[in-house]
Ligand binder design. Structure first.
Ligand SMILES: O=C(O)CCC(=O)C(=O)O
Length: 278
């Protein structure tokens, strides 16, 4: 592990969190920040399957990333839709071993699952605008950065290993072109053969390992690669950065151009879809 990893133990005040980490764009792993959550005790696959049944079941898209795929091809990774209850029951039957079953983001901002959480005090004042759950078995999230969001990832269940790369290293991480849908993602399959991407060996990364109750601040434009070992659930809180928190690196220009293309695509789609009928 890299010796410059920032690690702290809860509690941490909102003022220290802002001053030492958010304003400096520096990741920090905070041990035990959410250790008192009901989700840390209760969110087994069986518990979540019972919750999903109460919602009337929902269909979800999920992911399985093959090893034999050096360059990311989402068409081969995206799976489903599939019943969420069914997917969770498969995790319940075999939580540790088996192929990857990864639900890469369920919006729980307004849902009843929030009762098993509690927004950490250190986020007071940042204006959290969304909450997302990432869960499944042996999950392999693709390498990506957040073009316009600050994030605090809280580990509710299982172990997650997260490689983090600073914005200055994006040039070594073979991102998809800025004009494409996946402009914020790396083309590298970090779980397969990486020999086609020699620059990666020169990229300065840091590896964090989160256990239930821990939390990791993911600053704007840090590329991260989260891998869940066995059954795991993470809950991420999102908020908008202040202007002064945008890094003074090429990543800011890149993110803005990518977001511009994204806005153009949405406008084109809206213009070409038929007008609503009465
Ligand atoms: O935990 C995961 O699988 C993905 C989480 C993530 O990428 C995020 O919170 O930005």
């Amino acid at each position: 592990m890299n010796s410059s990893l920032a690690e702290a133990t809860a509690p941490m005040t909102a003022a220290d969190f802002q001053r030492l980490y958010v304003r400096r764009g520096r990741p920090v792993l905070i041990r035990g920040l959410v250790g008192d959550w009901d989700a840390v005790r209760e969110w087994t696959p069986g518990y979540l399957a019972d919750c999903a049944m109460l919602w009337g079941d929902v269909e979800v898209r999920y992911r399985s990333t093959p090893d034999q795929m050096p360059r990311v091809d989402l068409a081969r990774i995206d799976q489903g839709p599939r019943s969420l209850v069914d997917l969770l029951r498969e995790c319940e039957a075999s939580p540790d071993a088996g192929r990857e079953l990864y639900v890469p983001g369920l919006d729980i901002t307004g849902g009843d699952l929030k009762e098993d959480l509690g927004v950490p005090d250190l986020l007071s004042g940042v204006g959290v605008d969304a909450t997302t759950a990432f869960f499944g078995r042996n999950t392999r999230c693709l390498g990506h950065y957040h073009p316009q969001g600050q994030a605090l990832l809280c580990q509710a269940q299982g172990i997650k290993r997260i490689w983090m790369y600073p914005p200055s290293e994006l040039r070594r991480l073979s991102l998809f072109p800025t004009w494409s849908e996946g402009f914020f993602r790396s083309q590298i399959n970090f779980y397969g053969d990486r020999s086609a991407f020699p620059d990666l060996a020169r990229a300065r990364g840091q590896l964090f390992e989160l256990h239930p109750g821990d939390a990791l601040f993911i600053p704007l434009h840090w590329l991260h690669v989260p891998e869940g070992l066995g059954w795991s659930v993470s809950v991420t809180y999102w908020w908008r950065p202040r202007l002064a928190e945008w890094p003074l690196t090429a990543s800011t220009l890149r993110a803005l151009v990518g977001l511009g293309f994204k806005a153009l695509r949405s406008r084109r789609r809206a213009e070409s879809s038929p007008p609503p009928t009465g």
